[in-house]
Design a protein around this ligand. Structure first.
Ligand code: CA
Ligand code: CA
Length: 257
């Protein structure tokens, strides 16, 4: 075929040139592809091998056949009379990812000539990610039982195959997480209304997976008188200082005595 002409998509010729001789993947066979053409002159395309690099490694190894572990996994090319001339030929292989992390793949075209296995240039790479979702856990502790001030502690949350990088909260009975606490698992919050309060936590792991937890707390009253006393012990006579600044009266009452 002359320079600049493309075979019909899905014709055997299209797959062949993409796989074996179109070295710069631009769909056109021209002078830039002279070297791979020369290298693979006279070869045929019988199928493909799949090469894989597992998480933490940059070494690509061809997959072995699950039924014959000593053999490479060979994906045979469809017979010419089974190739739909109007479609790109597609092949599907499902890989079981044993470990968490990023897997990278490419395919290699294979020519089975005279019991020899001649391989062509590898395809572009594709990636797959396995990630286990993190588990969110809330511990809720009121500063004063029944009071409006709570500490929500999400530090028991965990991610089995990574780490948690983000904590978000919804404290207004919906699923919109209006509080982005960044990487801080502890949130102090004061409710402005008595009653049952629903608190939602969403944690995000280092691979973008999320997990949620929900807790219901009850607020009996929203005005709290809260004193600290300094010192707390001593011999009489003691000059003690009472500090009521931790009190809060959101209804507008401010009266200390
Ligand atoms: Ca994870
Ligand atoms: Ca919300």
């Amino acid at each position: 075929m002359a320079d600049g002409e493309k075979p019909a998509a899905g014709s055997g010729a299209a797959n062949w040139r993409l796989a074996r001789i179109d070295g710069d993947y631009n769909g056109v066979i021209n002078a830039a592809d002279i070297t791979p053409i020369a290298q693979h002159w006279g070869e045929q395309l019988h199928g493909y091998y799949i090469c894989r690099a597992v998480p933490g490694s940059s070494d690509f190894l061809p997959l072995t056949d699950p039924d014959q572990p000593e053999e490479l996994l060979f994906v045979p090319r469809a017979a010419a009379d089974h190739i739909d001339p109007h479609r790109v030929v597609q092949y599907t292989y499902t890989d079981l990812l044993a470990d968490s992390g990023k897997y990278t793949y490419y395919v290699v075209p294979v020519c089975l000539a005279d019991a020899e296995q001649l391989t062509g240039p590898g395809s572009r790479t594709a990636q797959a990610l396995r990630n286990l979702a993190p588990l969110a856990m809330i511990m809720a502790t009121p500063t004063v039982p029944g009071g409006p001030l709570y500490t929500f502690d999400a530090s028991e949350s965990f991610d089995t195959d990574g780490s948690i990088v983000g904590y978000e909260w919804s404290l207004d009975h919906d699923a919109v997480f209006e509080v982005d606490a960044g990487n801080n698992p502890v949130l102090e919050y004061r409710f402005n209304e008595a009653g049952n309060q629903r608190v939602l936590l969403r944690v995000t792991d280092d691979a973008g997976g999320t997990g949620t937890d929900i807790v219901m707390v009850t607020v009996d009253f929203i005005n709290v008188a809260y004193f600290t006393c300094t010192p707390q012990t001593g011999r009489a006579p003691v000059n003690a200082t009472f500090d009521p600044s931790g009190s809060y009266f959101p209804t507008g009452v401010e009266f200390y005595r």
